[in-house]
Design a protein around this ligand. Structure first.
Ligand code: SF4
Ligand code: SF4
Length: 330
């Protein structure tokens, strides 16, 4: 008779931290916290039964079976379940471009977009500065037609965030995914977001240092692409390039150094810069503290705001999690 064994589904992996372990379901984009005993049982690739579990842990294993995270298979089919391939490949040299759209750099739009097209960029984030009119933004978006760009996220100043403008943006460019209305009055945020139209969000932040680099479970990205990328590259800066409002070319607009100016340089040249490449390859397993954190392959790795600016590999400044105690500080 063919006996059966339990195994963790191939799309699920366990990540151990200093204090806690989690189980990631990379297909259904969920994670579960594990006790020490459960980690020890589930870390075996295949097992027939379990002992010494309390009621809660027994119930949790049953729950994982219902969720199809834990599956029962005939022992004779074990060879048919190889471990997950965690290698990462990207066909584009740059997949992600952030521009702070200002009067200065809008003049170079054609050249920048031509460059991005050559590099195979698919994702564009436009942070619209307050000196740009709505008409100028529409003209800019018209230029992305017939390029490799497939997804556009827009940060629009509150002053331009009227419903009719938002609707125009969506009609004008089908590539538009999310529209964030920044600098929205804090007292009106709840009301505005209650009435918002889909794929629009009113936020209190400006497009400055407060906008980006925040670390919390809200920003975790639980999927195979992020997991594999985080194992080999920087989970924020890999294949990313940006131009800030002053035309400076950087890994991201918040970095405090640049590689040149859009007035004189091409993006294709900058991506060969050794320092630019180095930032892309700083992975979570290289970062102090993060390398001991169970969330390291689903968490963003901010390099613009770090605990010790003198240490390239120090922990993201805006993270309040301590993997040695397993507690998020307030
Ligand atoms: S490095 Fe930090 S500030 Fe820059 S894009 Fe990434 S998360 Fe945002
Ligand atoms: S310690 Fe590092 S990996 Fe863990 S949550 Fe904070 S930033 Fe993310």
């Amino acid at each position: 008779m063919n006996s059966k064994v339990y195994m963790i589904a191939s799309n699920c992996v366990i990540v151990n931290g200093a204090k806690k372990s989690i189980l990631l379901d990379l297909q259904r984009e969920k994670y579960y916290e594990l006790t020490e005993v459960l980690t020890s049982i589930l870390s075996k690739k295949f097992f027939k039964s379990w002992d010494n579990l309390n009621n809660q842990e027994e119930e949790f294993l049953k729950f994982l079976i219902e969720e199809e995270v834990l599956v029962l298979i005939p022992e004779s089919t074990i060879e048919m379940f190889p471990t997950l391939d965690t290698s990462y490949h990207s066909s584009a040299s740059v997949s992600n471009f952030i521009i702070e759209l200002s009067l200065l750099n809008i003049e170079y739009s054609n050249r920048i977009l031509k460059d991005l097209n050559t590099l195979g960029c698919v994702h564009l984030e436009v942070r619209v500065c307050e000196d740009i009119s709505f008409i100028q933004l529409l003209d800019y978006l018209a230029l992305i037609k017939d390029t490799t760009i497939e997804i556009v996220d827009i940060f629009l100043p509150f002053i331009q965030g009227k419903i009719e403008n938002i609707e125009k943006l969506k009609v004008h460019a089908s590539e538009v995914r999310w529209i964030y209305i920044y600098s929205a009055p804090i007292k009106d945020l709840a009301t505005l977001n209650k009435k918002r139209i889909s794929n629009t969000l009113y936020i209190k932040q400006n497009i400055d240092a407060s906008l980006c680099g925040n670390i919390s479970p809200f920003y975790f990205s639980i999927n195979i692409a992020t997991f594999n990328e985080s194992k080999s590259y920087n989970s924020c800066l890999n294949c990313k390039i940006s131009v800030d409002r002053n035309g400076k070319i950087k890994n991201c607009p918040s970095m405090n150094f640049d590689y040149g100016s859009i007035e004189a340089d091409n993006l294709s040249k900058i991506i060969l810069n050794k320092k630019y490449i180095k930032y892309q390859s700083i992975k979570k397993d290289d970062i102090k503290v993060c390398k001991d954190c169970e969330y390291r392959y689903i968490c963003t790795d901010c390099r613009a705001f770090i605990e010790d600016p003198q240490d390239l590999k120090s922990k993201p400044l805006k993270c309040k999690y301590n993997p040695y105690t397993g507690v998020w500080e307030k």
